[in-house]
Design a protein around this ligand. Structure first.
Ligand code: AHR
Length: 494
């Protein structure tokens, strides 16, 4: 057992944890929508996914892609279903035939029913500024125009609120293979065409870097912003950076077959995201501290996902990886405005999967649910004292932190602490104290399974679900035994 001392620095608030840090990403890709959140047999939303998404509250959904966004014409997805065209994209290899049953109205309704704001990405690579302007008008114009009348004729007279509009997706690759300068120029064109409606804030998002390329990510953001700032400045609400936790057969194993060192290798890669977003923030601050930073795509992408068109097993290891992300996001909620997890269903480390038409929630769902208590609360700083984890990786020895944790304070003065044990072998003895405060009571809930390769099965109850865990209060401190690869939420009162 390894001792981990966690000290809450109650006089050091960080900021409010924006609920949008717990957002999700839905792309018209593989089984995310068709056969996922949209049950094609019933021709309706999947009942379980809709219900559990509404229970969780999805907060923010980014749609329709991803790479799909830059092949999408919004007109294909509105109007009578029988008149919608069938189109094909094959960005990722297999031919993807899309019947457009799920379009803008179905998306906005899904947001409404799951308590999410909408983030829609416009098409820069194969679309035009006019197409994007008309999409905005169709969805959100409150006055009387041909397009707003069409929206009404299609069943929705009221204008929709779209919280964010993205100008393209991954414009350095599938979104147009732009350079920082040529994308910056394209952004200027789109931005100058995008309307300014009365009483409707237009929050435009700049396509940020490929966060997985250290040699490129800073050059991209700096170059794009330079182009946007060198002459009359366009509207910019945020920059959207992407970062995946790449798996490879030797380094991190497969999604459901890995050893302890491969578990550690995945955690080590996860933690790099912090460096990525801190440097992005620094660059953005050089131009304007008011521009927000968002993380539009993140999560584990195992090597076997390539074999099954983005479907991978979602295990306890993925849950620990997601818990670590959320802890990092909370600890930097002063510099991060939103994050949308990749993707909501059947694609990569999804919170929902379907097998033979049966939908179920995965261990990742349980993490979002456990961590929900932090949303909207005030994050406060903490200190961790413990030994690092060391593990062999190829011909080197690498190390990373033993746990991630985040702490927030509710209005009534109570604290919520979450903590992920990144060690696949050792229990952590958490000793939780405060710098000048003591605790009188504590309750804890654990997500865990003995084998980190555990995943959920269709038609069975989730095996990784919150169970209460002993929290001993002695002399104002709380002691908890957090099993290897366990994730805990602790509610603390003074
Ligand atoms: O999430 C899958 C793909 O990964 C998205 O389409 C793209 O934006 C990213 O490269």
């Amino acid at each position: 057992m390894k001792r981990v001392r966690l000290t809450l620095l109650h006089n050091q608030p960080i900021g409010t944890i924006a609920p949008e840090l717990h957002g999700h990403f839905v792309e018209m890709l593989s089984g995310c929508v068709n056969g996922g959140i949209w049950n094609t047999k019933k021709d309706d939303y999947d009942e379980l996914i809709l219900r559990k998404s509404a229970d969780l509250g999805l907060e923010l959904i980014r749609w329709p892609g991803g790479c799909f966004a830059d092949a999408y014409n919004w007109r294909d997805g509105v109007g009578p279903v029988k008149d919608r065209p069938t189109t094909i994209t094959n960005r990722w290899g297999p031919d993807e035939v899309e019947n457009h049953r799920f379009g803008s109205h179905e998306f906005m309704e899904f947001c409404r029913r799951t308590g999410a704001k909408a983030w829609i990405n416009g098409n820069v690579a194969t679309g035009s500024p006019r197409e994007m302007v008309e999409w905005i008008e169709y969805l959100s114009y409150r006055g009387d125009t041909t397009l707003s009348r069409q929206r009404a004729a299609h069943g929705h007279p009221e204008a929709y609120d779209v919280a964010y509009w993205g100008v393209g997706n991954e414009c350095w690759d599938c979104g147009g293979k732009f350079t920082p300068t040529t994308y910056g120029e394209a952004y200027r064109r789109f931005e100058s065409a995008i309307p300014r409606y009365k009483d409707m804030p237009m929050r435009l998002i700049v396509g940020g870097p490929d966060g997985n390329k250290p040699e490129e990510r800073e050059v991209w953001t700096e170059g794009v912003l330079k182009t946007l700032f060198e002459w009359r400045r366009p509207r910019i609400y945020a920059v959207d950076a992407h970062f995946y936790i790449w798996g490879d057969p030797n380094g991190t194993g497969k999604s459901n077959a890995f050893n302890a060192d491969q578990f550690s290798a995945l955690m080590w890669r996860t933690l790099e995201i912090e460096d990525m977003f801190l440097k992005q923030r620094e660059i953005i601050d050089r131009f304007d501290r008011g521009i927000k930073l968002m993380i539009g795509e993140y999560g584990p992408w195992h090597s076997d996902a390539w074999e099954k068109f983005f479907w991978q097993h979602v295990t306890l290891r993925d849950a620990v990886c997601v818990a670590a992300h959320l802890d990092l996001f909370h600890n930097h909620c002063d510099i991060l405005a939103a994050a949308t997890y990749t993707q909501l269903c059947n694609v990569l480390g999804a919170p929902f999967q379907t097998v033979d038409g049966v939908s179920y929630s995965t261990p990742v769902y349980e993490v979002f649910s456990l961590y929900k208590a932090h949303r909207g609360q005030e994050a406060i700083r903490h200190e961790v004292e413990t030994e690092e984890i060391r593990f062999p990786f190829r011909d080197q020895t690498l190390s990373h932190q033993r746990v991630t944790a985040s702490v927030s304070r509710a209005k009534d003065g109570r604290y919520v602490l979450t903590c992920a044990n990144l060690d696949p072998d050792e229990t952590a003895e958490l000793v939780i104290g405060g710098d000048e405060i003591t605790f009188g009571s504590a309750r804890a809930w654990l997500l865990h399974a003995d084998d980190p390769q555990t995943s959920h099965q269709p038609g069975r109850d989730p095996v990784i679900a919150p169970k209460s865990l002993a929290a001993k209060v002695t002399n104002g401190q709380v002691v908890i035994e957090l099993p290897a690869a366990g994730i805990v939420k602790v509610e603390l009162a003074r």
